[in-house]
Design a protein around this ligand. Structure first.
Ligand code: SAM
Length: 291
């Protein structure tokens, strides 16, 4: 019997048809532990050597040299390592590493991470810019904001301007070259064996309403010619293709998301990527826009 809530099964079947069984297997099966090398502090070669010295078997992702998949170690084994304590590695799902790669920040660019805690993507954005982008990171929840501050400090990302604020309340006069909107969502792509699978239509409606407001705000805050990356860890079209429709309605233009062919995909609107849940990847959605 599927571990997925009945209502979610119905919706996933409606979206993915014959591929539902692939989605179900990906969600209900085991998920491998993956980590990202924090190049603000160390190199992939040093991390590979430290993992090997600790007897942890790791495979480097061919699509991103800073990403490792651990063949059979648990997260606790990583947390026990000195390099984890020093913030040299960050436990992060492969799929969650994709939106910052798509946004591709560069030195000197003015970036906004609208909904940032716990901060895996914020620190990755800074690392991808060689530590040289100007990043504002917002989080409205106090507990999650503390976690963001802790992670920024540990990862050597103190130059990020972290703000405990509702991104919807940001001054419209602010303008950014690049914006990441890793939106709050139902999380239907990240369910896995052992996780508590909760889903309701009311929760979905609350998430989509907030996503629409955040997209509208992102549009106001984006410089002309700038780039917005919208992502969710959901597989539901209301939160993904529906959000794209809203962005287009607001005058944003869709740009193709370009990712290596080895990233597993489900069918999605042309130009966007819906990552198929597998042992290595969580279910995720990514769309890229300009103004
Ligand atoms: N990008 C994060 C990362 O990679 O670590 C994960 C972000 S999580 C999907 C969404 C976050 O948005 C949650 O921490 C939530 O509290 C926050 N959030 C929701 N609404 C918000 C708002 N209006 N302004 C700022 N943060 C918000």
């Amino acid at each position: 019997m599927s571990a997925l809530p009945q209502e979610l099964q119905t919706r996933l079947k409606a979206s993915f048809g014959a591929l539902f069984s692939v989605v179900e297997r990906g969600l209900c099966g085991e998920r491998a532990v993956t980590l990202r090398v924090n190049t603000l502090k160390t190199s992939a070669e040093e991390v590979a050597a430290a993992l090997a010295a600790a007897g942890i078997e790791a495979v480097r992702a061919e699509w991103y040299p800073d990403a490792f998949l651990l063949s059979d170690a648990r997260e606790d084994a990583v947390r026990a390592l000195a390099m984890y304590e020093r913030g040299e590695v960050y436990l992060q799902s492969f799929s969650s590493m994709l939106p910052p790669l798509v946004l591709a920040p560069a030195e000197g660019e003015n970036l906004l991470d609208m909904t940032a805690a716990p901060g895996g993507k914020t620190t990755q954005l800074l690392a991808l810019s060689g530590g040289k982008a100007l990043i504002t990171a917002c989080e409205r929840d106090a507990v999650r904001f503390s976690r963001l501050q802790f992670n920024l400090a540990r990862q050597g990302a103190a130059r990020v301007n972290a703000r405990k604020t509702d991104a919807l309340a940001l001054d419209d006069a602010l303008k950014f070259d690049k914006i990441l909107l890793d939106a709050p969502c139902t999380g239907t792509g990240t369910l896995h064996a052992g996780s508590e699978a909760r889903f309701s239509a009311a929760y979905l409606a609350r998430c989509t309403a907030l996503q629409r407001k955040l997209i509208k705000k992102a549009r106001c805050l984006l410089k002309r010619g700038g780039t917005l990356v919208y992502s969710t860890c959901s597989l539901l079209p209301e939160e993904n293709e529906g959000a794209v429709e809203e962005a287009l309605r607001l005058g944003l233009r869709l740009l193709p998301v370009e990712l290596p062919a080895s990233v597993p995909r489900l069918p999605s609107r042309e130009g966007t990527v819906c990552v198929c849940p597998t042992k290595a990847f969580e279910g995720f959605f990514i769309a890229k826009f300009t103004l």
